[in-house]
Unconditional design. Sequence first.
Lengths: 140, 191
Amino acid sequence: MSCTEREKLFGYAQRLLEPREEHEVRAHLESCPTCRAAAEEYRKVDTLLEEWTPLEPSPSFDARVREAVEPSGASRSLLGLFGFPGLRWMAPALVTVLETMGGEEEVKLYQNLFMLEDYDLLAEFDLLSELPKGETKVDN
Amino acid sequence: MDQDLDLMLRVRAGDSASFEELLRRYRVPLVSYFRRMLRDPALAEDLAQEAFLRVYKARARYRPDARFTTWLYRIATNLALNAIRDRKEISPAGGNESSDGEAELLPVVDSKPTVEQLLIESHRVWLIRDAIQALPENQRIAVILHKYQELDYGQIAKILGVSVSAVKSLFFRAYESLRVRLEPLLKGGLI
C-alpha cells in the first residue's frame, strides 16, 4: 500500500479489512511512522466518541409514551365506562358535569355529537381528558 | 429468532406486556439517538415518543423481514430527518448544508456552549457533540447508528438506502472530519 491510501488505513483501524489487506497494511505501518500515527489517530477518535454516553429520558417519558399509544388516564376510564350499553343512561349526568366544568357553551358544542358511541372522537375533547384520574363517579 | 423481533410479533398479536418490554429496552437508545441527531432535547423526546407510537400503530402491518432494530431506526431516522428539515437544523457552526445533505466543514469555534449546557455535560463532551452534529446528515446518521446505536454497516445501508461500501465511505469521511474538528482533544494528549 502507499501512504495516500487513507481509507485503507481507516479500515485497518476499524478492523474492516480482509486478512490479506490487513496484513499488507500492518507491514506498511512497520516502516511508515506517518501512517502509523494516522491509524492511531483514527483509533483515538473512536475512543473519544465513547465519552458521549447514552442519555436518560426525562422521568415522565415512559408515561407519555404509554398515554400516547393507549390512552389510559381519566378519559379512558370515563369513556370505557360508557362503552358498556348498560351504563349509557349516565350520559345525561355527563352533560351535567360538562355544564359545571366547561359551561353552557361547551355543552352545546358536545350535545349534537354521537359522542358516547365513539371513543376515538371523545378522546379528542380536552375537557374530558383533563378530568382527574378515576373521576368516573357522577353526581346527579 | 431475534428476541426483539419475537417481542414485536407478540405486540402484533395484541400482547401489551411485550410492548412494555420494547419500551424498556429502547427508551434510552431511542432518546439518545434523537438527542444525538438534534440539538433540542425536548424535541428529541417528542420524536422518541412519536417513534414508539408509530411502532405501535404499525404493529398489525409488521413483517419480520429485517432485524427489528433496522425497522425501528428507519422509523426514527425518517422522523429525525423530517424534523431537521422542518426546523432547518443545520450545523451548530452555521455550516451551509447543500441539497445533497453535504455540509461545508467549518471551524467549530463560532459556537459556544451555554452555561446551562455546560452544567449538564463536560466541555469535552460538548466538543464531541458539536463535532458530530456539524457532520452532514448522512455521515452523522452513519456515525451515530454505528458508533452509538451499534448497528452494523448492512443495517445502516438499508436505512439510508445505499450500498454497504457507500456506508463505509460515509463513515471514513465522517472520521476524517471528526479528526480535524477534535484535534484539540486529540493533540491534548488526554486520550
